[in-house]
Design a protein around this ligand. Structure first.
Ligand code: DX5
Ligand code: ZN
Length: 222
């Protein structure tokens, strides 16, 4: 059966890293479902963030599942490290994986849920052959690399296509969106078919994080 459970996954890219333990406690208390962790290497994307060492520290600060988003070249070299560090879900960009089917199997064998991630310019068809082998598809709704960017509208039809395929085949695959997701955009991506919502600025930048998460969840239920 296809899963439509709504999950809000705040991205710690927008958190205060000098107080990471408090930031994690704050979103956990505010009702977050997952913690989204953005790993960037300065090669696949222009920005550099964190590695397995910090993921391990994050895991020790929260009971929430970690949704780890790898924006790195040759991600297969680091799958085992990130799963060992505590990734519940591990996402790899299709643009970085010439052997996508093998890399997805590698994630599951290591013991995590496998997620495949598409850049805004990458078509839905690039993941169609592995849809039955993954636990999640993540559609980037901004170009990866930075928080706080503007939502790209043209990604909506790709979300609709993927939702149709998932439902037609009755797959148990989550459809996640990431980038520029907030109070103004979440209803539209939910209507298009997404059920997992990454939100950095919209949660960590809000004066009341519990209210922000509750409002996102309400809007996502449309
Ligand atoms: C961008 C990251 C996102 C980012 C989202 O490359 O993958 O997870 O943190 O940030 P917002 O929600 O602020 O657009
Ligand atoms: Zn992300």
């Amino acid at each position: 059966m296809s899963s439509r459970e709504i999950r809000i996954a705040p991205s710690i890219l927008a958190a205060d890293f000098s107080a990471l333990r408090d930031e994690l406690a704050s979103i956990e208390a505010a009702g977050a479902d997952w913690v989204h962790v953005d790993v960037m290497d300065g090669r696949f994307v222009p920005n550099i963030t964190i590695g397995p060492f910090v993921v391990d520290a994050v895991r020790r600060c929260t009971a929430l599942p970690l949704d780890v988003h790898l924006m790195i070249v040759e991600p297969e070299r680091y799958v085992a490290d990130f799963v060992r560090a505590g990734a519940s879900t591990l996402g790899i960009h299709v643009e970085t994986c010439p052997h996508l089917h093998r890399s997805v199997a590698q994630i599951r064998e290591a013991g995590a849920r496998a997620s495949v991630v598409l850049n805004p310019a990458t078509p839905a068809s690039s993941v169609e052959p592995v849809l039955g082998d993954v636990d999640q598809v993540l559609v980037m709704t901004v170009n990866p690399g930075f928080g706080g960017q503007k939502f790209i509208e043209s990604t909506l039809s790709k979300i609709e296509t993927l939702r149709r395929w998932i439902d037609e085949r009755e797959l148990d695959v989550d459809l996640e969106v990431d980038g520029g997701v907030g109070p103004e955009t979440i209803a539209r991506v939910a209507r298009a078919g997404a059920n997992v919502f990454v939100a950095g600025t919209a949660v960590f930048g809000a004066p009341d994080r519990a209210a922000a998460i509750a409002a996102l969840r309400r809007a996502a239920r449309h």
